[in-house]
Design a protein around this ligand. Structure first.
Ligand SMILES: *Cc1c(COP(=O)(O)O)cnc(C)c1O
Length: 417
């Protein structure tokens, strides 16, 4: 494996690949984009690939025996191979294209869950989950009567591993659902170990990879997870495409989720038989352009190197943590040393929405609210936080601008009081 060499990482060159980032904000100030945990931006190579598809070979896949359809099918299936290699899956049959992380988890819950979870069964989620990794389970639990328990987190914002082990042995747990990296606390969870423990207890493990797949090398075989869901739009690809990885044996054994074209082998007026993987889980016309775009996004990320990207994000996050903690009245949530590129905070008693609005007047894009993790915010005892989130193109200058703006805003709000 190539060791990251800091000097070879030219963040300004990388940033110049993203046309949207060189814009001027409507205030006339430069744009500082720190909302990457919600959606990242697209490099020119991805924008060009989407345009090329639409100009040259847009057609429906898999069905047509004509040139455009064949080209579109080739593009779509080659994107699948890129995904397989990106996450080191064994086979492209294990790669299901979805709309995003949310749809991937809903697929697991409705296909695997519906077939395997019943009254009295227990599943474990963590207290730091995104709504996408809670609500689908709650919906099915209310129908099937299984029990959802939550793995507590520590004061640092890490999974309480002792409590996890206790919860695993106390109950016949069937499934563990956990995020690889928290979109609020930034914590990167010890997935390999959690997967090993889940398997020892006879449970499967489903990973929400929305915040990890964009930021670090992923090897689903080393992690040994059963399902792993992520979204394209957080990793330099367009919206509307995501991936569900599943171990082949599990995917083969479970019933389909959505019914319709492509997912069948044969249909009669009386019934149907399901098609082969991965088509079995891709009913209807897929998001062809977006999937091709995701393949190009992965080419782009590979070109820089996921190790290098991970290293850059770690460096920039440490720098941001240092600089932000200079601010009086700031409270940062999440103190795991093992963390990704998100920092959630409150500043005195300035309302999170006022704060992000004031930052927008400075040309700085962040996010405020509960970040789709209301139960976690309730646990932290706060209604909302402001979140700055970083990516491969985030510079120290971006962080400096954020910190300066926060100084200015806090002075303003304090003097008004
Ligand atoms: C963004 C996000 C999701 C949801 O992703 P979608 O692309 O909106 O489906 C789920 N979990 C985490 C941790 C996220 O950050």
């Amino acid at each position: 494996m190539i060791q990251p060499i800091e000097n070879s990482y030219n963040v300004l060159t990388i940033k110049s690949d993203f046309p949207i980032l060189s814009q001027t904000h409507q205030t006339g100030k430069p744009l500082t984009y720190l909302d990457n945990a919600a959606s990242s931006q697209m490099p020119i190579s991805v924008i060009d690939a989407l345009s090329d598809y639409h100009r040259r070979y847009h057609a429906n896949v898999h069905r047509g025996i004509h040139q455009l359809s064949e080209l579109a099918t080739e593009g779509y299936e080659s994107a699948r191979k890129k995904v397989r290699d990106f996450i080191h899956a064994k086979s492209k049959r294990e790669i299901i294209f979805t709309k995003g992380t949310t749809e991937g988890i809903n697929l697991v819950v409705n296909a695997w869950g519906r077939a395997n979870l019943g009254a009295g069964d227990v599943i474990l989620l963590s207290q730091m989950e995104h709504h996408a990794n809670i609500v689908p389970y709650q919906m099915l639990a209310s129908e099937k009567g299984f029990i959802v328990r939550y793995i507590p987190i520590t004061d640092k914002g890490e999974i309480d591993m002792d409590a996890y082990q206790r919860l695993l042995t106390d109950n016949p747990v069937k499934l563990v659902g956990v995020t690889h990296c928290s979109n609020v606390l930034g914590t990167i969870n010890p997935i390999t170990e959690m997967a090993r423990l889940a398997h020892e207890a006879g449970a499967i493990i489903v990973i929400d990879g929305a915040q990890s797949a964009p930021h670090m090398p992923i090897d689903v075989q080393v992690l040994d997870v059963d399902f792993f869901a992520f979204s394209g739009h957080k990793m330099c690809a367009p919206t509307g495409v995501g991936v569900l990885y599943g171990k082949q044996a599990l995917l083969e054994a479970m019933p389909p989720f959505l019914g319709g074209g492509s997912m069948i082998s044969e249909v009669t007026f009386d019934g149907f038989t399901t098609g082969e993987l991965p088509a079995k889980f891709e009913a209807g016309t897929p998001n062809i352009a977006q999937a091709i775009g995701l393949g190009y996004a992965m080419d782009y990320l590979n070109g820089i190197g996921l190790d290098n990207i991970h290293h850059h994000i770690k460096t920039i996050t440490e720098y941001a943590l240092d600089r932000l903690s200079e601010l009086p009245h700031i409270i940062i949530y999440g103190h795991s040393p093992n963390r990704g590129g998100v920092i959630s905070f409150t500043l005195g008693d300035i309302h999170a929405h006022d704060l992000s609005q004031a930052l927008d007047f400075e040309g700085i894009a962040v996010r405020s609210g509960h970040h789709c993790a209301q139960p976690l915010h309730r646990l932290l005892g706060i209604p909302a936080t402001t979140r700055a989130s970083f990516y491969l193109y985030t510079t120290k200058a971006d962080i400096d601008r954020l910190v300066e703006a926060l100084y200015k805003i806090s002075t303003f709000f304090v003097s008004k009081r």
